[in-house]
Design a protein around this ligand. Structure first.
Ligand SMILES: NC(=O)c1ccc[n+]([C@@H]2O[C@H](COP(=O)([O-])OP(=O)(O)OC[C@H]3O[C@@H](n4cnc5c(N)ncnc54)[C@H](O)[C@@H]3O)[C@@H](O)[C@H]2O)c1
Ligand SMILES: [Zn+2]
Length: 529
């Protein structure tokens, strides 16, 4: 079972709230068709299960009993792993618990219409228990009572359902589900579009000069994209050993075969491995052609596809050859995540958890799309002031010194492709907790802040225990070799002024804290056996 508060697919629902007559059922069904998801209307579901109309239920058991059934149903459907479109009864969001649950479950849209419009739509046929005697007066009163709750539930996602036609409302709703973050680096500015269906913007985001494109991807990534221009597909292998110069060569040869010119475009469709390889191939081909990324893993959406770092591994180590090459646009379509294996999902969560300590507030309670957008915004802010990682950009490497050492030690995402190695974000989670403990030992943060680190990692279902086989000396040696360390042992550490790089750390203290982490993890593992 997924522990409470853990973000998996449940945070990716679309929820419609609003008064009776605002069109939740019609719009919800149309929206679900457009998003290719199931649609569920809580009132209709209660009626189906009880074999009675809502009016009859109210008459027989009273409103309180109905609200209990409604609350149970909302708890049940929001926990559903498959993303859905859910329309909830008009009064459901008055309940604080429902509101919180719906807010965590995904993006809430408020379909807003004036009472006069609602009344005209519902007409005399209004079979609604709360409107019984005086429908117009009741609609006025209920709308006034509920307005604040709808507003709170939806945040800024308010849709005009008053004057717009149903198809306009659906279009507005689709747009409201997309978040947009601008990345600005010297001389370049581009957009990151995040949300369900973001891939539909692909054609519009390609450079106008492009007459053809090559899509760099991997087998098994079957997100349907439509570049709107002739496209050729080239697949590279999966696993770090395919993040190689030979994959770059294969891509560039495919570009030649497709007749790609400097005014055309490369599309990177995949996780961070694909976007790193496609980006580097694009940077190199004809000394640079445009690239647009369609990121399909959580890790690529929150991190890898954004910021312009591209590159490949050598047998001697990871990311040793590369270039800075900013994309024209990045599309983070959350629909792609539905097929993501659990480990890949967790890997992305590790990077999101990291962002929680870089001053991104309120992350865990937010819908998935908003969490991704907040992380992208953080990365955009940092990359905007320091594209080439001279100073500020290193804060994005919070937790990464140890994570890279775990990778170098072959315990995480190494070039060997061992089946049980940690995914990158899982290693980052371990590194983040270690960095917190190190900061505490150095008197930079207090025990409560370390506890906060543990709480956030737990909330994301990231245990942060060292993998079996981790060796103190080997890890310390790897940390010394980390290319991010310019002198002595450098760590990115939390402190009174937030997260920052701290150079020249006393190796003995690092060893002591790391030794404690290893001993604790070993004890936890022994207890679990
Ligand atoms: N450039 C940067 O700034 C940056 C930042 C962080 C990480 N990275 C790099 O990113 C890479 C890791 O990226 P990753 O974690 O996305 O892994 P990945 O790209 O290797 O993808 C992991 C697996 O998931 C599969 N996959 C991708 N999308 C899928 C989907 N929608 N459904 C099902 N399966 C899917 C892939 O085919 C692959 O087998 C590393 O090479 C790392 O160095 C780069
Ligand atoms: Zn990382």
């Amino acid at each position: 079972m997924t522990p409470p508060g853990v973000l998996r697919h449940p945070a990716a629902h679309v929820v419609l709230v609003g008064m009776p007559g605002s069109g939740k059922t019609t719009i919800g069904a149309a929206l679900a068709r457009r998003l290719g998801r199931p649609f569920l209307d809580t009132d209709a579901e209660i009626e189906r299960r009880s074999q009675m109309s809502v009016r009859a239920l109210f008459a027989r058991d009273g409103e309180t009993a109905f609200r209990v059934a409604e609350r149970e149903l909302i708890a049940e459907v929001t926990a559903e792993a498959r993303p859905m479109v859910i329309a909830v009864g008009g009064g459901a969001v008055i309940d604080v618990e429902n509101r919180a649950r719906l807010g965590r479950a995904g993006q809430v849209l408020w379909l807003r219409a004036r009472p006069a419009t609602l009344s005209a739509r519902l007409g005399a046929a209004a079979d609604r228990p709360l409107l019984a005697a005086d429908p117009d007066g009741a609609l006025e009163r209920l709308a006034a009572e509920r307005e604040a709750a709808y507003r709170e539930a939806a945040g800024g996602r308010v849709i005009d359902a008053d004057t717009a036609t149903p198809s306009e409302v659906v279009e507005a709703a689709l747009q409201a589900l997309l978040e947009r973050v601008q990345v600005e680096v010297p001389g370049r500015r581009y957009e990151v579009v995040i949300g369900p269906g973001a891939r539909r913007e692909l054609a519009a985001q390609l450079p106008r000069s492009a007459r053809r494109c090559v899509v760099v991807t991997q087998a098994g990534i079957d997100l349907d994209i439509d570049p709107g221009i002739p496209a050729t597909r080239v697949e590279i292998g999966a696993g770090e050993r395919h993040k190689s110069l030979s994959s770059v060569e294969a891509c560039c040869r495919a570009f030649v075969a497709a007749g790609l010119t400097r005014s055309d475009v490369v599309i990177g469709l995949g996780g961070g491995l694909v976007t790193d390889v496609a980006g580097f191939a694009a940077a190199s081909y004809h000394r640079g052609v445009a690239v647009v990324h369609v990121a399909t893993t959580l890790l690529a959406q929150v991190d890898a596809a954004i910021g312009g770092k591209t590159g490949v591994n050598l047998p001697e180590g990871k990311n040793l050859v590369g270039a800075f090459w900013q994309p024209e646009a990045v599309l983070c379509d959350t629909d792609a995540l539905a097929s993501l294996p659990e480990r890949e999902w967790r890997s992305g969560l590790g990077e999101i958890a990291k962002c929680a300590f870089l001053g991104v507030a309120g992350l865990e309670q937010a819908p998935l799309v908003d969490q991704i957008a907040a992380c992208v915004a953080k990365k955009a802010e940092v990359v905007g002031v320091d594209e080439r990682e001279s100073a500020r950009r290193v804060i994005l490497n919070y937790g990464h010194t140890l994570a890279h050492a775990l990778e170098a030690a072959g315990l995480a995402e190494s070039l060997t492709g061992a089946p049980n190695e940690l995914r990158h974000g899982e290693a980052v989670a371990i590194g983040v907790l270690f960095a917190a403990r190190l900061a505490e030992r150095l008197g930079r943060i207090d025990a409560a802040r370390v506890a906060e680190h543990r709480r956030v990692l737990d909330a994301y279902g990231l245990p942060a225990t060292m993998p079996p086989g981790a060796d103190l000396d080997e890890l310390v040696a790897a940390m010394h070799r980390d290319k991010k360390a310019t002198k002595g042992l450098t760590f990115v550490l939390d402190g009174p002024a937030g997260v920052e790089a701290v150079a020249d750390l006393d190796e003995l203290i690092v060893r002591e804290v790391l030794g404690e982490c290893l001993a604790e993890s070993a004890a936890t593992a022994a207890a679990a056996r």
